[in-house]
Design a protein around this ligand. Structure first.
Ligand code: ADP
Ligand code: MG
Length: 629
């Protein structure tokens, strides 16, 4: 087929522009990206060859070659991996196939460093070649295709690219970068080698270069015919821990996670026994752009006896640990394992359980010994970890210890109080863990339900994440102490209340009976019940959910998420010690208006919205006027 000129997808053009500018200060990463693609291509070949040995075409020694040509001012990266057909080149090098492209563009900030990290995460490696090159030529042939079905792809990285069919004997891909003005320092083995050692040492394939030596006559470095391997060329996780430096662990993380920020922690170990595998797992320090995307890929790569099998092996980690990145290399699984087999495999189950324990161990260690890092972890992934309380029965207790909450003990919304901290400072006679849920920290910390607790100096946890209510349905107690909502059911302060006061209050309650009956009649469409409470000090009224009903917060959350929420009527509690309530009487002609006002106020105070705001305003004004006359 003749040469064809084609246009880049609009997103690619935008990305190219952005990348050349925002990554310029870090331009040497282009080599890491192109080597990483070459290594992926080798992995793919090995994987396809499991069922089709002929793909090796008598050239089974997989390797990557890097070199330069001083006269032509080019740098090349060559592999004998899977290669590309003409169609492959058009789609893979002309479009961005990834989901979430639009979201990605929305998240760009204009801040070079942040954007560079985002680009890295998004994994648009190939185009990074244009940071140093004003023209890139790709020549390739896919393994298994005949020699006359090679492809040459070429572009100046602006609006379009050309493709043509070529003759190519060698399987795999050669990428030639025609350097921009001023990039000549790359025309040196020494320079290329040092970049490779910095970023790509962990690549498990040999990366070879021609040796270079000093030519005294020409007084410059010249290339020799002999090759040398410039990286360690063994999969990092197969080496023993003591031989691996922190820098190497971090470089490997960058490679697999596309994340330029150092991870918070990692665990590397070999498990022997019924099921044998090696795992190298990382906890990132910030969230991937698609943490909340339901279709997001899991972060574990599966290898079987060093052969790459698949990315995104979601069976290997529970969904609440989906932020974990890493590699699992199994000695037991068959090489031709499929996702279906993974689902049923007992070995996979063992790996998943082992991996989960490792990660929880890492987190416990951070929580115990590196509190600052744990705070970062919690801010970033706390909400995801909470999902585990519902998902993972077996580890519920360990997970509960890792939870952190905001509390009335502090003035900020920082979630830093653990259940153990709470229990350790419970009051004499306190036998429950109290919490309040609300849609925001503001609403929670100002909730009227907290008044009596403030008065008695009892700590209350402030829960404001969307998953909290759901999570709590799986976490009824901690350390033998039940978790109790301060806004649910009859407030029973247990030993915190002295019996004499209690009896007195019951008497007061009696005297309010006729009033309560009238109010209940007035509010029969809104409230399940009206009753006297002693949980308030400053507010005249509050709403509580009945013992087994859904809380108002959860009902509102469900509605906001477009889901059907059952309509549980709340209970209205009134404060008999409040001046407003004391002035109410059963035969007040405006009692119905007062009742509605107390109800609506209580609803507003917990962050709810009124069904009929106009009626509320009118009623308030009528009552105010009555008072002024
Ligand atoms: P990613 O590696 O995250 O998929 P890149 O932009 O780095 O994104 O590469 C885009 C695609 O181009 C790859 O997914 C692959 O299909 C193809 N590709 C790039 N380099 C090579 C190569 N050396 N051999 C085979 N295919 C390649
Ligand atoms: Mg890539």
């Amino acid at each position: 087929m003749a040469q064809q000129t084609m246009s880049f997808q609009a997103e690619v053009k935008q990305l190219l522009q952005l990348m050349i500018h925002s990554l310029y200060s870090n331009k040497e990463i282009f080599l890491r990206e192109l080597i990483s693609n070459a290594s992926d291509a080798a992995d793919k070949l090995r994987f396809e060859a499991i069922n089709n040995d002929a793909l090796y075409e008598n050239d089974p020694q997989l390797r990557i070659r890097v070199g330069y040509d001083k006269a032509a001012r080019t740098v090349f990266i060559e592999d004998n991996g899977i290669g590309m057909s003409r169609d492959d080149a058009v789609t893979h090098l002309g479009t961005i196939a990834k989901s979430g492209t639009r979201e990605f563009f929305q998240r760009l900030t204009g801040d070079q460093q942040k954007d560079a990290a985002l680009i890295g995460q998004f994994g648009v490696g190939f185009y990074s070649g244009f940071i140093v090159a004003d023209k890139i030529t790709v020549e390739s042939r896919r393994a298994g295709l005949p020699g006359n079905e090679g492809v040459r792809w070429e572009s100046g990285g602006e609006g379009d690219f050309t493709v043509e069919t070529i003759e190519r004997a060698a399987r795999g891909t050669t990428i030639t970068l025609h350097l921009r003005e001023g990039e000549d320092e790359l025309l040196s083995s020494w320079r290329l080698k040092s970049i490779i050692q910095k970023y790509s040492d962990h690549i498990s394939l040999p990366i070879v270069m021609r040796k270079e030596s000093w030519d005294a006559e020409k007084s410059e470095m010249v290339l020799q015919d002999e090759d040398e391997t410039v990286n360690q060329a063994s999969a990092l996780w197969t080496r023993s821990k003591s031989e691996i430096t922190d820098e190497q662990y971090q470089a490997f993380y960058e490679h697999i996670a596309h994340d330029s920020e150092a991870p918070l922690a990692w665990a590397h170990n070999r498990v022997e026994g019924r099921s044998e595998y090696t795992q190298l797992l990382y906890v990132p320090s910030h969230a991937p752009y698609d943490l909340w995307d339901r279709s997001q890929r899991a972060g574990i790569k599966l290898y079987v006896r060093r052969v790459f099998i698949m990315d995104d092996a979601e069976q290997l980690m529970p969904s609440y640990l989906r932020f974990v990145r890493g590699v699992v290399d199994s000695s037991d699984l068959p090489l031709n394992v499929s996702r279906e087999i993974l689902q049923e495999s007992r070995d996979v189950k063992a790996i998943r359980e082992g991996g989960t324990k490792r990660v929880l161990g890492l987190l416990e260690d951070l929580a115990e010994n590196q509190k600052e890092k744990y705070t970062t972890f919690w801010r970033t992934f706390g909400q995801v970890l909470k999902e585990g309380l519902g998902e993972d029965n077996a580890n519920r207790e360990r997970l509960a210890k890792l939870l952190r909450f905001a509390s009335t003990r502090q003035d900020s919304d920082e979630q830093s109080v653990s259940l153990a901290d709470y229990v350790a400072r419970m009051k004499e006679g306190q036998d429950k863990i109290y919490y309040v849920t609300a849609e925001s920290w503001q609403a929670a910390s100002h909730s009227p339900h907290l008044e009596v607790f403030r008065k008695k100096d009892v700590e209350v946890l402030l829960l404001t994440d969307r998953v909290d209510e759901w999570m709590l349905s799986f976490l009824q107690e901690f350390d033998g102490k039940p978790l109790v909502s301060v806004a649910r059911g009859d407030l029973d302060l247990g030993q915190l209340e002295d019996t004499q006061v209690k009896e007195e209050r019951e008497k007061i309650g009696e005297t309010f009976k006729p009033l309560i009956e009238k109010m209940q009649e007035a509010l029969k469409d809104k409230a399940k019940e009206v009753r006297v409470t002693f949980r308030l000090t400053d507010s005249p009224s509050c709403l509580v959910a009945d013992e087994h009903d859904m809380s108002g917060t959860l009902q509102r959350l469900l509605k906001a998420a477009g889901q059907k929420a059952p309509n549980f009527k709340p209970i209205l509690e009134i404060n008999p010690e409040h001046a407003l309530v004391r002035r109410l009487s059963a035969d007040d002609s405006q009692l119905a208006d007062w009742s509605h006002l107390l109800f609506d106020q209580a609803l507003l105070a917990e962050g709810g919205s009124l069904e009929d705001p106009a009626a509320f305003v009118k009623r308030t004004n009528t009552l105010l006027l009555g008072h002024l006359q």
